[in-house]
Design a binder for this molecule. Structure first.
Ligand code: PEP
Ligand code: MN
Length: 272
């Protein structure tokens, strides 16, 4: 891992913790839920209420969507951010939203509590440097073709600019398997804990792309030591403008988070 400033952390007290709203990432188990895209005020506010009811700690929602096709829905931009702001006012949930262009970082920070860097931009170095100059925590998704070494170097790009608040997020990588949207690499969770002090979350929605696999992967992520989960939730997934196949209904979200929190409690109190 030559030029990385890696610290082998055996003591949990030396791990990075990041305070966002009422949660401390790296200490509290954190659930981030919300739609793939912010589509309308009603959809976002109703989903935000559901995320809160289902023990979510933060609301996610894309106002800028990095779509594979330029003809697909690209997000509502500023209008989407204003909707997220309203959802925060109503629910108190901090906002996690993706930024895809370095020129947008400073003004997106006026609305976001956490900046997300998506898989397609993991190695967009000018974007990494820009979020590194901001004072917002950054969720850095793993590039879909990236090794752990490349991923951690991207985290270094952010931290080298003076922003230590980086949260890694495993979201699946491309393999020869096509049954799932990506191959969710859960073995990377304990590996990341061996290699760095940074917290790591897991996104089973993009990691599998399949509704039936989200619950078992959420539970497996908890068992493997993840610091939190990021899942897509939509009040009416069939009508979603992006990622319609993988978004949970509020009821599915409630069922999963109940089990996740039970497992987490069991692990903290009964086993370890
Ligand atoms: C997302 O979280 O909405 C997203 C686009 O994820 P990824 O970058 O992991 O594909
Ligand atoms: Mn999505």
């Amino acid at each position: 891992m030559n030029n990385l400033k890696l610290v082998k952390i055996n003591d949990d007290k030396l791990r990075s913790t990041i305070k966002i709203g009422n949660s401390i990432i790296g200490k509290d188990f954190v659930i981030i839920g919300g739609p793939c895209s912010v589509e309308s005020e009603e959809q976002t506010l109703k989903t935000a209420e559901a995320v809160k009811k289902g023990h979510g700690n933060m609301l996610r929602g894309g106002a800028f969507k990095p779509r594979t096709s330029p003809y697909d829905f690209q997000g509502l931009g500023l209008k989407g951010l204003k909707i997220l702001e309203k959802a925060k006012q109503k629910t108190g949930l901090p906002i996690v939203t993706e930024v895809i262009d370095p020129r947008d970082v400073s003004w997106v920070c006026e609305y976001a509590d956490v900046l997300q860097i998506g898989t397609r931009n993991m190695q967009n170095y000018s974007l990494l440097k820009e979020v590194g100059k901001s004072n917002k925590p950054v969720i850095l998704k793993r590039g879909m073709y990236s090794t752990v070494r490349e991923w951690l170097n991207c985290a270094e790009y952010i931290m080298a600019e003076g922003n230590p608040e980086v949260i890694l997020c495993e979201r699946g990588i491309r393999t020869f398997e096509t049954y799932t949207r990506n191959t969710l690499d859960l073995s990377i969770i304990p590996a990341i804990k061996e290699l760095t002090h940074l917290p790591i979350m897991v996104d089973p929605s993009h990691g599998t792309g399949k509704l039936s696999l989200i619950e078992p992967m959420c539970l497996a992520a908890v068992a493997a030591g993840a610091d939190g989960l990021l899942v897509e939730v939509h009040i009416n997934p069939k009508e979603a403008k992006s990622d319609a196949d993988q978004q949970l209904t509020p009821e599915q979200f409630y069922a999963i988070t109940e089990k996740v929190l039970k497992l987490k409690k069991f692990m903290d109190e009964e086993i370890f």
